[in-house]
Design a protein around this ligand. Sequence first.
Ligand code: B12
Ligand code: SF4
Length: 499
Amino acid sequence: MNKVLLFNPRSAENKPRIPNSIMNIAASINGKYEWVIVDGNCEQDASAKIESYLQTGEFSYLGFSVMPGPQLRQAIPIAKLVKQKFPKTTMIWGGYFPSNHSKVVLDSGYVDFIINGPGDNAFPQLLDALEEAKPYELIKNLIYKADGKIYKTIKEDLLDQDALPRLPYTQLGDFYPIERYLGKTYLGQRTLAYHSSIGCPFTCSFCAVVPIYEARWKGKSAQHIYNDVKYIKDKWGADAIEFHDNNFFVSEKRAVDFARLIKPENMSWWGMARIDTMDKFKDSSLAELRESGCKIIFFGAESGNDSVLEQMDKGGTQTGAQIIRFAERLRKFDIIPEYSFVLGTPAPTPQQVQSQIDFEIDFIKKVKAVNPDTEIIIYTYSPVPTEGSHLYEDVLKSGFTFPQVLEDWISPAWESFDLRKNPLTPWLQPEMIDKIRNFETVLNGLYPTVTDIRLNSIKRRAIKLVAALRYKTSLYKYPYEIKLLHKVWRYRQPEIQGF
Ligand code: B12
Ligand code: SF4
């Protein structure tokens, strides 16, 4: 039987995390097909490694996991090279990028199939069909091209997450030591990345999860999560957990059940949530979460302006007032809120775009005033193709288009778009982007992130000192002195380098 090569392109400069996307795919074929993993985060030369496997002639199938941004830097040239040198192999891409940008990926000519969303059934079914030369057209969650036309098959219902096969950690360890994936972070000495649920029940109009999961969510049970975590703790010494779920806290009961189970294990943990969902949690639940080791929670605050929140379809219940009130509420429980904001959404005139940015800057300062420990992450709005949303309609009306050629996605400009730093959208003028980035520099100067564990107290004090006056007087222009210190001390930004 033909073997399968699974590739996780490099996504982090350092600190590799357990490659959960590709591990789920490995689990789906484990015991049925022989597979190997190449993790770009752990290889000096991933391309050479892949070639050395393919030269054995044993591998027919390649599965690449691709999210937008720097992963494309390896995914695109390596896929192209593989198709040139080993034209008989079948190239299958999965993950957020190909699912949301299927046309440009399939038009490249070097990707044969896309798994659209979860691949736990679709991937093994596709391999079976190809191995046995049977039709694949009825396999759910598949995108392919035939006779120049792109076909998307229907989506599968979300699977019972507890029924999925366990991730093959021991086999991963045959390729790369598991200890290497358990990095030192703000949370602990050996931090485990774990993914306990898929999708999200909401439909925010800027979010890439929506077109794939269409407001569906399914989670593993608290007991199941605990069993997995405990196994890794006992076997490899994990002492902290990063939950990579889009929305870990959808169910108050599941979160509290997990807190009760994990508390005796003395582990710190972190996850992502919505403000309006968690604001409904009882005080006793928040207290239990903290006591169990939950130190910091990431929230998509997005905007302090209620009409922008409505434009973003933020579920209808989150308000600016609530964002501030909730930051204050979490302070009482000693949980650090990590608030992310999306600045630079479209508006009818440049003046309105600018005044909205100014409003958000003032709003962020208000949040900081009520809870200075709040971590602030600032993104600029980079459209995702959430067909049918008003926000995306505004985007299309503005004349914005995505690249038509796959290689264009790795140009510096589009990479910056992916990183949500400089999004190339027609309504954002360069001086607006400068203002956002300069404010961010000053803010990060006065309030360096707690997640940067290399920044000692002397360095922190030095940066704070130079940034304080600028912050107080709203003088954000040309913050070269702060940028220099950030550069010299290699200040880390959690949104790019890992949370
Ligand atoms: C971990 C993570 C990271 C880590 C990577 C860690 C590391 N060191 O490798 C870090 C923090 C570096 C990161 C960075 C970025 N990320 Co990121 N990241 C994630 C996160 C939280 C988890 C991914 C994961 O493991 N999922 C678990 C698996 C099980 O789910 P899955 O990936 O969906 O996989 C399933 C299917 O998609 C499919 N599948 C996936 N791969 C494959 C491959 C094959 C062959 C097949 C068949 C199927 C398949 O099957 C899987 C199982 O069913 C996701 C959000 C999320 N919860 O998924 C965001 C996410 C993927 N990231 C995203 C983005 C945008 C980025 C950035 C590009 C930008 C940014 N500023 O955030 C940066 C890029 C920086 C960089 N250096 O690359 C977005 C993508 C949005 C979009 N527009 O498409 C997401 C969805 C977050 C979000 N909601 O906005 N990220
Ligand atoms: S709540 Fe978060 S993950 Fe869910 S749709 Fe909104 S932005 Fe996306």
